[in-house]
Design a protein around this ligand. Structure first.
Ligand code: CP
Ligand code: NVA
Length: 310
């Protein structure tokens, strides 16, 4: 279903395609753990364009490609001609002549859309200012491992800045029938167009998408509490203002007591202890948080195999 397609946003995927990615992630994880070969992308090359820093994304895509029998090229935008002004549409057409897939992490979502329009090979969004779909597909897979394959009717509360993670998590919940609630300060709400699209998507699955400024209301009866940094990459100049405005939009012990007793606490990492999450809550939930990090590998292998295999 996904063969030859781009993965720019979970909104673009059908409900079945999301399920297919999650099922293959499970299968590939089991194979990797059992030492069973799965060279689905033998001889293929993925180009990885990075305009922002990364630990998890870079290492998991590169290792994942190797485990699938292919190779990955790390392409820093500072060292590509793109950094000197070569147009995206030319870069896309050149790279398509060499590569079997392109992964990109950058600032403007429109740049990824343009790259995908001009590229003849699948383009995978590895984070923009608007969305981080690979992370959220991983998070859904991690929720399935903990809560069971059927996530319909579960409640996910997102606490903090209404950023790329909040936007993508909203799309992910809409496609899997999860009740999503975001608690952000006024002025830090998720993207309005994403909210509208997610509410449309939710009609198909029975999901609901709600926004509030009240953290306790969001956390009430939540199965999953999710947070992300208050200051994302590219927003460093606003750090002091954001620390002021987002104070209180934190996952801490008091907030956890409003959730269900076994609620999962999730974080895409990197984390800023003392800002969006307290150190004690982070460490008490390190098991699931580092499972999320590991699962980037398995989920992205599924994405690459489904979009790039012959
Ligand atoms: N979660 C995530 O995308 O991490 P990196 O920024 O380290 O890639
Ligand atoms: N919102 C964060 C996510 C990092 C994985 C950022 O964009 O920096």
């Amino acid at each position: 279903m996904l063969k030859g397609k781009d993965l720019l946003s979970i909104h673009d995927l059908s409900v079945d395609e999301v399920a297919e990615i999650l099922a293959l992630a499970k299968e590939l994880k089991a194979k990797q753990k059992a030492g069973v070969g799965h060279a689905l992308l033998k001889g293929k090359t993925l180009g990885m364009i990075f305009e922002k820093a990364s630990t998890r994304t870079r290492v998991s895509f590169e290792t994942g490609m190797y485990q699938l029998g292919g190779q990955a090229l790390f392409l820093s935008s500072h060292e590509l001609q793109i950094g000197r002004g070569e147009p995206i549409k030319d870069t896309a057409r050149v790279l398509s002549r060499y590569l079997d897939g392109i992964m990109i992490r950058t600032f403007a979502h429109a740049d990824v859309v343009e790259l995908a329009e001009w590229a003849d090979v699948p383009v995978i969004n590895a984070l923009t200012d608007l969305l981080h779909p690979c992370q959220v597909l991983t998070d859904l897979f991690t929720m399935q491992e903990r809560l069971g394959a059927n996530l319909r009717g579960r409640k996910v509360a997102y606490i903090g800045d209404g950023n790329n993670m909040a936007n993508s998590l909203m799309y992910g919940c809409a496609k899997t029938g999860i009740h999503f609630l975001a608690a952000t300060p006024a002025g830090y709400e998720p993207d309005a167009a994403v909210v509208k699209n997610a509410r449309d998507d939710a009609k198909e699955t029975g999901a609901t998408i709600s926004l509030t400024h009240d953290v306790a209301e969001a956390a009430k009866d939540a199965d999953v509490l999710y947070t992300d940094v208050w200051t994302s990459m590219g927003e460093e100049a606003e750090r002091a203002q954001r620390r002021h405005d987002l104070a209180g939009y934190q996952i801490n012990r008091e907030l956890l007591s409003a959730a269900v007793p076994q609620a999962l606490v999730m974080h895409c990492l990197p984390a800023h202890r003392g800002e969006e999450i307290t150190a004690d809550v982070f460490e008490a939930n390190a098991d699931v948080i580092f499972d999320e990090a590991e699962n980037r590998l398995h989920t992205q292998k599924a994405i690459m195999a489904l979009t790039m295999a012959d």
